[in-house]
Ligand binder design. Structure first.
Ligand SMILES: [Zn+2]
Length: 257
């Protein structure tokens, strides 16, 4: 493969030719192709990886376009995952793509088993608990993102090295979606750039600190919150994977929202 197109990255000390080759061996699963997930698909495809697997059950709506930068008005009505796959192939034809126009639930954790990194672009805690349990089970790193109003959160999670999502969240809570709270269009792009950077460092083999970064794009503020490993954590410490049970398979929108 011609690596010339990655010249502006391979000239970076932190990446180099060796790092770029590492990235080009990686498969990333993106769960949720909304605001942060679609921007991440764009960035990962330009970064240069081996394969992107994308899953989302939703179709593109006119209210998505202001912040979901991978899509245009002509895409309204099409499936997000399928549309994202087509866009990625246009951005970087060397990348393999796989898409699923479907809900991610505990019946789909084989997708995590087949990935080197998982990117959370979802908008609900239940799906994040499923991702967290599956990543702990299969020892896969993942990056959590959330974006609402003017505020977002990002955290990298490496099983066995950092705290996990269940270390500081006990159970899924209903959170008002951005359909209720609103969301500014610059937020998902901001959040995804930090999250993709964390994912890139993980893929390059570097350690991350596992801090939860709180980002406020209105007052331009970002600060890390230390999240320690919880020795009582049911997922990463006790290895009880409650969210991988059949109850969490075949999940409809009503359970997830
Ligand atoms: Zn944990």
């Amino acid at each position: 493969m011609n690596l010339q197109k990655y010249a502006r990255q391979t000239s970076l000390k932190a990446i180099g030719m060796e790092g770029q080759k590492k990235l080009l061996e990686k498969t990333i699963l993106i769960v949720g192709l909304g605001g942060t997930g679609s921007a991440a698909a764009d960035l990962f495809s330009r970064l240069g990886v081996k394969k992107l697997i994308m899953i989302d059950r939703d179709r593109i709506e006119d209210t998505n376009i202001h912040r979901q930068i991978l899509y245009n008005y002509s895409d309204i009505g099409s499936f997000k995952a399928e549309t994202a796959a087509n866009k990625v192939m246009e951005i970087n034809p060397d990348i393999e793509v796989e898409f699923h126009n479907n809900t991610f639930d505990s019946s789909k954790i084989n997708l995590i088993e087949n990935a080197d990194l998982v990117y959370d672009g979802t908008d609900n805690m239940t799906t994040r608990f499923i991702i967290n349990d599956a990543c702990n089970k299969f020892n896969k790193p993942w990056v959590f993102t959330s974006a609402n109003e003017f505020y977002g959160e990002v955290k990298g999670i490496m099983p066995g090295k950092t705290s996990c999502y269940a270390c500081y969240n006990k159970k899924p809570e209903h959170m008002p979606s951005c359909a209720v709270t609103g969301v500014i269009n610059t937020l998902p792009v901001n959040i995804s750039t930090f999250a993709v950077n964390i994912g890139m460092k993980i893929m390059l083999g570097e350690n991350i600190n596992g801090d939860l970064y709180f980002i406020d794009v209105y007052d331009i503020d970002m600060h890390p919150i230390k999240i320690n490993k919880n020795p009582e954590c049911r997922s990463c410490s006790k290895r009880k994977y409650d969210y991988l049970t059949p109850y969490y398979s075949n999940m409809g929108k009503s359970i997830l929202s």
